[in-house]
Design a protein around this ligand. Structure first.
Ligand code: ADE
Length: 223
């Protein structure tokens, strides 16, 4: 898989992707991640990439020219072009799963008040938001989306089971609480069932606790 991130801040997009599991996935050749500065496609002598909105309104918008030039240079017939924007559909685990099956993603990061709408109409396949809040910078959202996708690539996680059992995989519950040693920490004990060795009882306990946690923290997942 290849992921190209188009942003005004390539270092912000790449910083969280340079270590641990995502670093190893790149080193193992499972994914090639590149971040490009949209400014490099500006033909303006000041390398401008933004302008004021037509018809008035607050702030600045990203101009179509540099974005069209960048995407036209990077895309192939297989590419999926994704715009990171709070106006997008919300990114979920199922979205990550579907996108992990693509061969080439171009993640376009919105900055300022957004991008000229002709970019969306002509070039963008999917508009994605990472949640109902506004970031200063779409590069942060692109790093989040890249991380969630790359960890799903076959071979990225050592233990394949670890992402089949986790939250938001079927059946859509949060995970049960987890404990490690010591069994007694400052008088707080690990629930006895977890050290019983009784697999069926442990599974039942985990299911019950997962439901309880979901009911408290994310009742929307149950309705
Ligand atoms: N850019 C700014 N806020 C964002 C969000 N919530 N999701 C994706 N891109 C963004």
């Amino acid at each position: 898989m290849r992921i190209d991130i188009l942003t005004l801040f390539p270092e912000i997009a790449l910083a969280p992707l340079g270590e641990s599991i995502i670093r190893r996935a790149q080193d193992a050749g499972l994914v090639e991640i590149r971040a490009h500065n949209i400014r490099d496609w500006s033909t303006d002598k000041h390398k401008r990439t933004d302008d004021t909105p037509c018809g008035g309104g607050q702030g600045m918008l990203m101009m179509p020219g540099p974005i069209f030039a960048a995407i036209e240079e990077l895309r192939t017939p297989e590419s999926k072009v994704i715009l990171m924007t709070p106006q997008g559909g919300v990114f979920k685990q199922a979205t990550a799963q579907a996108l992990s099956e693509e061969t080439h993603l171009i993640l376009l990061c919105g900055h300022y008040e957004g991008v000229d709408h002709r970019v969306i109409e002509a070039l963008v396949d999917i508009e994605l938001s990472i949640g109902d809040y506004v970031l200063t910078n779409g590069a942060i959202a692109a790093a989040v989306v890249t991380d969630a996708i790359v960890r799903l690539l076959p071979g990225a996680l050592g233990d394949e089971r670890s992402h089949q059992e986790e939250s938001f995989s079927d059946p859509g519950l949060l995970e049960a609480p987890a404990y490690t040693r010591p069994i007694d920490f400052r008088g707080m004990k690990v629930p006895e069932v977890l050290t019983s060795g009784h697999h069926a009882k442990i599974a039942a306990w985990k299911k019950e606790k997962a439901l309880e946690r979901t009911r408290v923290n994310r009742p929307d997942l149950l309705s």
